[in-house]
Ligand binder design. Structure first.
Ligand code: GTB
Length: 216
């Protein structure tokens, strides 16, 4: 079985591990599955060959024999289901871990993405500051609720799971903004994720792509 994922040929995050191939790489590293990477330019992402795998012309995609998937959440879920290490065996614990994956993607990530859109696409608008403050308040509301739930536990529900992998991946997008840093339990939680050997291997692999592309 050969697994191939797609990633940016030159990531706009300059190798900071924020593009969504990172969460797929991390999942594959956690379960010990080797993978290959097909690097794509922005132009290639919109060409028919890639659109056949991803209707929206984005990365990441995932190919395994005759299976082709898109959407990082679906890909991580697939990896977690097919291999041991990211979902508990107990049916109820498994359902809760999957719930945390959905929570990360559909409840916590949207305001975090809104913030990036405001900062990069709406900066020239007269209402920029007001809108940014509004979006930041929404993020803080979610972080506060998440922090209350996590408390000083190591992971969201017992042992590390795909739910943690996805939640930490989402939170990393606001690391260094000062927002995450106001929540010490969440900052420590993210740091625990980053300290995992699988995360480090995935991070190094995506950074190597950027370094090679920029000739650094
Ligand atoms: N919901 C999809 C998923 O989870 O897989 C979203 C996929 C997505 O947004 N892909 C982005 C993409 O292909 C790359 S990761 N964009 C090109 C396009 O839409 O044409 C998003 C991303 C991009 C850049 C940074 N950054 O520079 O920090 C972070 C995250």
């Amino acid at each position: 079985m050969t697994i191939t994922i797609t990633a940016f040929e030159r990531s706009p995050d300059r190798g900071r591990g924020l593009a969504r191939d990172m969460r797929v790489r991390w999942a594959l590293e956690e379960v010990g599955q080797p993978y290959e990477v097909r690097l794509l330019s922005f132009e290639a992402m919109k060409e028919p060959a890639h659109l056949a795998h991803h209707p929206f012309g984005q990365i990441p995609t995932y190919e395994e024999d005759d299976l082709a998937l898109f959407e990082s959440g679906s890909i991580v879920f697939h990896v977690a289901e097919r291999h041991t290490g990211l979902l508990p065996d107990d049916a109820n614990a498994r359902a809760r871990a999957i719930t945390w994956m959905f929570a990360a993607l559909s409840t916590v990530e949207p305001p975090i993405i809104d913030r990036a859109i405001v900062r990069f696409q709406e900066r020239d608008q007269v209402w920029y500051e007001q809108r940014l403050a509004m979006v930041d308040d929404r993020i803080k509301q979610r972080l506060s609720e998440l922090s209350d739930r996590l408390g000083d536990a190591e992971w969201l529900d017992g042992t590390f799971s795909a739910g943690d992998l996805m939640m930490i991946s989402v939170l990393l997008r606001i690391k260094g903004t000062g927002i995450l840093e106001d929540y010490r339990h969440l900052s420590a939680y993210v740091a625990r994720g980053e300290a995992r050997p699988a995360y480090k291997r995935a991070f190094a692999a995506q950074l190597a792509v950027f370094t090679a592309a920029s000739g650094d």
